[in-house]
Ligand binder design. Structure first.
Ligand code: ADP
Ligand code: MG
Length: 333
């Protein structure tokens, strides 16, 4: 069996993505591999099947289109226009923007507030927007938390309004997963065998469960290489959130880019969590939320939501839902 494994190493060190893959079987695979930079990350697209060229082109167009709507660095994106008009005017946006914000509001409710796209003013206070990090004072955090309020995101038909001028939204915790959902919707238009797309820690795998089986590596959050592997069949989304991609250390303490909305501080209950889900946006939002919630609450919520998770605490001790255990293996040492 092992001999048949084809190792498709996705340049884990060079581009710093959080995963690595093994493709089982299919020795003469004819994958077309394309890397692009969008959504603030390197995106790797691998496709096999007759229409791989046309599908790759359609996928890239979809990514650029949605990035144009969600990217808060571009002043003309829907998100920037919403933020720049906060406290002033409702802004007409694309239907995808209405859709993703509505889904983000659902995720806020489902996660008891752990997933919160109105966190942007706090992320900015800590310097995560401009990458000029600092630990703010207690009073600055308290003051800024007044402008983190999901109830102040008002959807009026095809327009969005934030109630207060100081408020802003940030789709960074859900945009990549949502984009993978939109990509998955167009794939049936093409004659394809297997598709794997890695968008900076958010992965879509797509294919016939009888013919394609993937071994997904989980990056070691505190070292090089991988710490464990998950076998996954058929079409699924895999999303990882961790404290090792964007963080700074001050006085020996690590502060990462995922903020606990209940305190205004970077979350530090766990160091990495991976979610396997049937919907990309859901897995993406949930991995961010589970990172905030920590081990016990995440395991409880994952059970009720019927998603599988595997996470690690600061001692690199793993925790996971029951059903995924048979598909997991861990590296020695
Ligand atoms: P990444 O996008 O880095 O792979 P995540 O999907 O976990 O990782 O998203 C983290 C991003 O989500 C942050 O960079 C920030 O933009 C945003 N964010 C931070 N904290 C929260 C939160 N509690 N809820 C929703 N979004 C958050
Ligand atoms: Mg996320």
């Amino acid at each position: 069996m092992n001999k048949k494994l084809i190792f498709v190493l996705l340049l884990i060190v060079i581009i710093g993505v959080s995963t690595t893959f093994l493709l089982k079987g299919n020795k003469n695979s004819d994958f077309l591999s394309t890397d692009i930079y969008s959504m603030n990350t390197i995106i790797q697209i691998k496709i096999s099947g007759r229409d791989k060229e046309a599908a790759t082109e359609a996928i890239i167009n979809e990514i650029y289109f949605l990035n144009g709507k969600f990217d808060d660095f571009s002043q003309v994106s829907d998100v920037s226009r919403i933020n720049n008009n906060a406290g002033k005017n409702p802004v007409k946006v694309d239907k995808a923007t209405i859709d993703i914000i509505s889904k983000a509001i659902d995720c806020y409710k489902i996660t008891n507030g752990a997933f919160n796209i109105s966190i942007a003013p706090i992320s900015e206070l800590w310097g995560f927007k401009e990458n000029v990090y600092k630990v703010p004072s207690e009073s600055e955090i308290k003051q800024t938390l007044n402008f983190v309020n999901m109830n102040d995101i008002i959807i009026l038909g095809d327009k969005v309004l934030l109630k207060k001028i100081e408020e802003a939204i940030d789709l960074g915790g859900v945009a990549k997963g949502y984009t993978l959902d939109k990509i998955k919707e167009i794939l049936p238009n093409y004659n394809l065998k297997s598709v794997i797309i890695n968008m900076g820690g958010n992965i879509l795998i797509y294919g016939d469960p009888e013919r394609s089986s993937w071994l997904i590596g989980i990056k070691n959050p505190r070292g090089d290489g991988i710490i464990g592997k998950i076998t996954i069949k058929g079409s699924k989304f895999i999303s990882t959130s961790g404290d090792y991609e964007r963080f700074f250390i001050e006085n020996g303490k690590r502060y990462c880019h995922i903020i606990d909305p209940s305190t205004g501080y970077p979350s530090d209950k766990i160091i990495s969590v991976t979610v396997i889900s049937e919907k990309g946006y859901f897995g993406d939002a949930l991995s961010t939320a589970f990172f905030v919630l920590g081990k016990e609450k995440s395991l409880e919520l994952a059970k009720t939501l019927n998603v599988e998770i595997i996470g690690f605490d600061e001692n690199l001790t793993p925790f996971s839902t029951e059903r995924i255990k048979k598909d997991l293996s861990f590296e020695e040492g």
